[in-house]
Each structure stands twice: as structure tokens, then as C-alpha cells.
Design a protein around this ligand. Structure first.
Ligand code: ATP
Ligand code: FE
Length: 347
């Protein structure tokens, strides 16, 4: 089987063609970063409009690069939430149009399920496995038992780590997105010069907190500026190194606990923060110590893309599930079955 996957829940317009055996025939990602840059964040109205303008082009390009036509498809998968509602609606409407026009089944996909199922697409891992989703918008541990069976063990109670990296970069006048620039500075810094807190490590469970880290970094910065009249290059580097180490240690310790409580054979990560080498190495050690395999998909599949949506659609479709033309776009949609009821979910 072959699926088209459409993703438009944040600031990337993406379309991809994926085969049932996990082969990605094409994956087109059109980033809106430049459009939102001057506003210091994603502007929902601008995002929705850009998605609406770019979706058809992305789909056309994905089909062309895969060398297939609509008639070769077995179905259309689309992110139906959670995310910025205007963008999600644009994607769902585009998918409905294609599905109805070509007489194809329509499969609504939870964006987080797309991320969480990526190690199945890239490495064919078996269920169950533990997934740490760490991005600009999310941070949670998910126990994945089937394409539709996720248990949220815990997560951040405030900022996502990517958001914290971005805010630190802003504090230190480093370029956005903050993650890569903070990592580059940290590489030349001394992680032990400043001591930053390790929030919530003193408490049991798998919840995390990252906003206090940013506040502590802000205080250190202001103190340095007051004492020296400005920030030196080494100050910036050392602050980045301390910050990165704190995030890595919190993620690692909570992962260690999550694996100990749920001894599954694989610890997988997804999300843009998984690109960070210090964080990756810390998690790899945790998995190794627990006799688990560590899986980190390639970065282009860790960040938002259409291939993960196509794949999640294939997995749901294989369970015999699909949606009708009443498929709704949802701004909020918790993955965990035990969370709020999922209104209008598929058949
Ligand atoms: P979501 O997909 O959860 O809605 P998002 O689209 O912001 O959120 P991603 O595209 O997965 O998330 O990741 C982007 C985030 O990852 C940014 O916050 C960025 O700073 C962070 N990031 C990217 N590279 C690194 C890195 N090397 N180290 C730390 N963080 C990084
Ligand atoms: Fe995402």
C-alpha cells in the first residue's frame, strides 16, 4: 500500500509519499521560519494562510518526486490535531478534497502519534517501546503499545525543552532557533563554572520542569552584566554549557526512572531537541545501562514532516480504521486514552 501524508499543524507545510514497507518515496517540507522570523514566534493567521497557499504545491511536488499519481495511492493521511487550528483545518480540508476527488480512504492522524510511531517507520521496532518526545512544543514520555495505544507516563509541567533552549538563546542574543546555537556555544564552554538547578529531580515520577532553568540563567546573566558591565564570550559559552548539561541530566534521570518502571527493550526519542549531541549521548547511556536499545531517527524525521503522518495513517489503516468526511480538526487532542475523551475520533 502507498499513502500520502499531509502535515500542517505548526509552521511546516509538509507532504510525503510512504509505502507500506516503510520506504519513503518522497518527503517535501516547506518551512515557514522566514515568514515568522520578524515576529519572534509563529503567528497563527500567517501560518494558516501560508499552509493554505502551499499545501497543493507540496502535495503535487511529493507525487512528482515519488513518480506516482493519485490513482496509485491507497489512502490519504492527515494531521487532524493537536496544533494551530487554522493550519490543521487547511490540511484537513486539502486531504478531504483529495480523498473525495480520487475516491480514497481518509485517515486522521494525531500529530504526536506521528512523532511517536517514527521509530516503527525508520527501524521497524516492535511494540511496546518507550518514547521520549522532546521538541519545541512538547516533552513527554509515552509507552507505545499499538498504533492507537499510548500511555503518557509524565512530561513537562511548564516549558518544553526546545522552547527553553530558544528562550536562553534570546537572553544571550544568539540566533534562533536556539537549540543549535546554544549547542554550538556550549561545545566550547565549561559546564561546571555555573551551577543551575535540576528541577523536579527531588520528586518521584516522570514529570519535568524547564522554566526555572531559564529563570536561573537569566539571573546569572544579569548578575554578570551588573558585575562586569557586559557579557563576555566565555560567559555565554559557559552558561550554554551549564544549561545544556542541566537539561540533559534531567531528561536522562527521568528516562532512567521511566525505563526502570517500564522495562521495555527500546528507548526511542523524537522531536527537534533529540538532535542535541549531549542529550543524545546521555540518553544512550541510560538505555545502555538498562539493557535497552536506543533509537534516534534521523533529524529530518525527528522534526515535523509528512512521512511520519503517512506512516501513522498506514498503521491505523492496517487496523481497519479510517475516518469519514466529518473528520474534525482539533486544536487539542491528548494521545493518552486515559486523558480526556476524543470527540469525533475515527471508526
Ligand atoms: P512541535 O513539533 O512539538 O509542535 P516544534 O515544531 O517547535 O514543536 P521541532 O521542529 O520538533 O519542534 O523542534 C524544534 C525545536 O528543537 C526548537 O525549539 C529548537 O531550538 C530545538 N532544537 C533543534 N536543534 C536542537 C539542538 N541541537 N539542541 C537543542 N535543541 C534543539
Ligand atoms: Fe511536531
Amino acid at each position: 500500500i502507498i499513502f500520502l501524508g499531509i502535515e500542517s499543524s505548526c509552521d511546516d507545510t509538509a507532504a510525503a509519499i510512504v509505502r507500506g514497507d516503510g520506504h519513503i518515496l518522497s518527503s517535501v517540507v516547506s518551512s515557514q521560519t522566514a515568514l515568522h522570523a520578524e515576529f519572534g514566534g509563529v503567528v497563527p493567521e500567517i501560518a494558516a494562510r501560508a499552509h493554505a497557499e502551499r499545501l497543493d504545491i507540496a502535495v503535487e511536488q511529493a507525487l512528482a518526486e515519488a513518480g506516482i499519481g493519485l490513482r496509485d495511492l491507497s489512502g490519504v493521511a492527515v494531521t487532524a490535531g493537536p496544533g494551530l487550528i487554522g493550519g490543521v483545518m487547511a490540511g484537513v480540508m486539502a486531504a478531504k478534497g483529495i480523498a473525495a476527488g480520487a475516491g480514497l480512504p481518509l485517515v486522521g492522524v494525531n500529530h504526536l502519534a506521528g512523532h511517536a510511531l517514527t521509530p516503527r517507520l525508520t527501524d521497524g521496532v516492535d511494540y511496546p517501546y518507550l518514547m521520549l518526545l522532546v521538541s519545541g512544543g512538547h516533552c513527554q514520555f509515552l509507552l507505545v503499545d499499538s498504533p492507537e495505544d499510548f500511555t503518557r507516563l509524565g512530561g513537562t509541567i511548564d516549558d518544553a525543552p526546545g522552547e527553553a533552549f530558544d528562550k536562553l538563546a534570546k537572553l544571550l542574543a544568539l540566533p534562533q532557533p536556539g537549540g543549535p546555537s546554544v549547542e554550538a556555544e556550549a561545545q566550547q564552554g565549561d559546564p561546571d563554572r555555573f551551577s543551575l538547578p535540576r528541577p523536579l529531580l527531588d520528586r518521584p515520577g516522570f514529570d519535568m520542569s524547564f522554566s526555572g532553568l531559564k529563570t536561573a540563567a537569566l539571573r546569572l546573566r544579569d548578575q554578570l552584566i551588573a558585575e562586569q558591565g557586559g557579557l563576555r564570550e566565555t560567559d555565554r559559552r559557559d552558561l550554554c554549557a551549564a544549561f545544556q548539561l542541566a537539561v540533559a541530566e534531567v531528561l536522562a534521570e527521568k528516562s532512567r526512572r521511566a525505563l526502570a518502571a517500564n522495562p521495555v527493550p527500546v528507548l526511542a526519542v523524537a522531536g527537534g531537541v533529540a538532535a542535541n549531541r549531549t542529550i543524545r549521548a546521555a540518553l544512550e547511556r541510560v538505555a545502555h545501562d538498562a539493557d535497552a536499545k536506543f533509537l534516534a531517527p534521523p533529524l529530518r524525521l525527528c522534526t515535523d514532516n509528512g512521512a511520519m503522518i503517512a506512516w501513522a495513517g498506514i498503521e491505523r489503516f492496517r487496523l481497519g480504521h479510517h475516518d469519514g468526511m466529518d473528520l474534525a480538526a482539533r486544536p487539542r487532542w491528548p494521545l493518552d486514552r486515559n486523558a480526556a475523551p476524543m470527540l469525533g475520533s475515527g471508526k
